[in-house]
Design a protein around this ligand. Structure first.
Ligand code: 5GW
Ligand code: MN
Length: 351
C-alpha cells in the first residue's frame, strides 16, 4: 500500500516534469519562430524604410495643378551663355531654372544642407557680414546647419538665425601660414564628411568667409558634386588658366588639358563626394609638402586637378561667387555671392 503511493507519486512527478518540458520547448520554438519571421519578412523591412526615407528616395515630384511657364525645346531663355557641359552637367545661370517649380519639388523632401566656413585669425571680422547676408539669401526656408571653424570663438558675433538654421562653432588650433590653413581646411573637411554629422545632412557646401550674399542661393545648386566657375577666368582659353604647370607638383595639369577653372572658395555636393574630393586634396598636398613643393594656388590647384578627372555633376556660374559687387558684366544678371574687398597684408597678419 505504501509502495503503491510512492509509485503513484513518482509517476505524477515524472508526468509533471514531462508536461513542463513539453510546454517549455513549445514556447521556445514559438519565440524562435517569431524572431525568424520578424527579421526575414521583407515587407516589414520595406515598410520601415518607406516611412523613414520615403521622400528622400523618390525622385523630384511636382504636384498636380501647380502651374508654371511652359519649358521650350526651341527657344532658350539664355542664348548668351552655355548652360550645359560636354558631359551633360547643367551650368546654372539666372534664367535657366524656374525657382518656384524646383522649390515646390524640394520642399517635399525635408532636406538639410550643411555649410562649412573657416574663420581663423583676423578672418573672424568677415563673419558678421557673411552670416547676416546668408540669413537673407542662403537656402531660406530649408534646414541649414552651419559648421564654423575658428581659433577665436570669442570673436564670433551673435547673429539672429532664421527658422531651422543652426550654427555650431568648432574650435580649431591657430594656424598662421597659408599652407597650413589650406591643407588643414581640407583635412578638417575630410574628417567632417566621414563623421556622424554626415547622417544629419543631405548635402554640404564649403564656402570662403570673405564673401557676402546679395542674391538668392537655393536648391538649384544641389547636386552630387558641385563646382563653381572661378569669376576671373571664364572667358579664357584653357592654356591661360592658372593650373599648376610644374610636373613636380601633384597638381600638375599638362598643356592642352582642362575644362574650366574652378574656384576653391565654394564647392559642394553629397557628403560622400565631398569626402572623396577633400581626401584627395589633402593627400596630394601632403605629398607635395614632403617634397618641399607647394602648388601655385594651394588647394585650388589640387581641386582643379580632381575636378578635371572626376567631372562635377553640376556647375554653378560665376553668379555664385563673383569678384566684387561693384564690377558688372552682361552675362552675370544676378550676383548671389561676391568676394568682399580685403586688405590682404592686414588680414593675413595673424600674429
Ligand atoms: C589666407 C591667406 C594667407 C594667410 C591666411 C589666410 C587665411 C584664410 C586666414 O588667415 N584665415 C582664414 O580663416 N582663412 C580661410 O581660408 C577663410 O575662410 C578664407 O576665406 C579662406 C581662403 O583664404 P582667402 O579668402 O584669403 O583666399 P582668396 O584666394 O579668396 O583671397
Ligand atoms: Mn576668399
Amino acid at each position: 500500500m505504501k509502495l503503491d503511493r510512492i509509485f503513484i507519486f513518482f509517476i505524477l512527478l515524472l508526468l509533471g516534469i514531462l508536461f513542463y518540458w513539453v510546454c517549455y520547448l513549445g514556447y521556445n520554438q514559438e519565440s524562435y519562430r517569431k524572431q525568424q519571421t520578424q527579421t526575414t519578412d521583407p515587407s516589414i523591412v520595406k515598410n520601415i524604410l518607406m516611412s523613414e526615407e520615403k521622400h528622400k528616395n523618390l525622385g523630384l515630384q511636382s504636384s498636380p495643378g501647380f502651374l508654371y511657364s511652359q519649358p521650350s525645346l526651341l527657344v532658350g531663355s539664355r542664348t548668351d551663355v552655355v548652360s550645359v557641359t560636354p558631359w551633360l552637367a547643367p551650368i546654372v545661370w539666372e534664367g535657366t531654372f524656374d525657382s518656384s517649380l524646383i522649390d515646390s519639388m524640394y520642399k517635399k523632401k525635408n532636406i538639410t544642407i550643411a555649410t562649412t566656413v573657416f574663420a581663423l585669425g583676423k578672418y573672424t571680422r568677415f563673419l558678421k557680414e557673411f552670416l547676416e547676408s546668408a540669413e537673407q539669401h542662403y537656402f531660406v526656408g530649408y534646414r541649414v546647419r552651419y559648421y564654423l571653424f575658428t581659433d577665436r570663438p570669442e570673436e564670433v558675433p551673435e547673429i539672429k538665425l532664421g527658422e531651422e538654421h543652426y550654427l555650431t562653432i568648432l574650435k580649431v588650433p591657430s594656424m598662421d601660414r597659408w599652407q597650413d590653413i589650406s591643407m588643414g581646411r581640407m583635412e578638417i573637411l575630410e574628417k567632417l564628411t566621414k563623421s556622424e554629422l554626415a547622417s544629419e545632412a543631405d548635402y554640404i557646401f564649403c564656402l570662403d568667409v570673405d564673401a557676402k550674399f546679395y542674391g538668392p542661393w537655393g536648391v538649384e545648386t544641389l547636386g552630387r558634386l558641385v563646382a563653381v566657375i572661378h569669376p576671373w577666368f571664364y572667358g579664357y582659353p584653357r592654356d591661360q588658366f592658372t593650373y599648376e604647370r610644374r610636373p613636380e607638383s601633384q597638381a600638375f595639369i599638362p598643356a592642352g588639358e582642362g575644362d574650366y577653372y574652378y574656384t576653391a572658395a565654394a564647392f559642394g555636393g553629397t557628403f560622400k563626394e565631398v569626402h572623396e574630393l577633400t581626401k584627395y586634396c589633402r593627400e596630394q598636398q601632403s605629398i607635395d609638402a614632403s617634397k618641399a613643393t607647394e602648388a601655385i594656388w594651394h588647394d585650388e590647384s589640387h581641386l582643379n586637378k580632381y575636378l578635371l578627372y572626376n567631372k562635377p555633376s553640376k556647375l554653378l556660374s560665376p553668379e555664385y561667387l563673383w569678384r566684387d559687387i561693384s564690377m558688372r558684366t552682361s552675362q552675370v544678371k544676378v550676383i548671389r555671392l561676391s568676394h568682399v574687398a580685403k586688405n590682404n597684408e592686414e588680414v593675413r597678419q595673424n600674429a
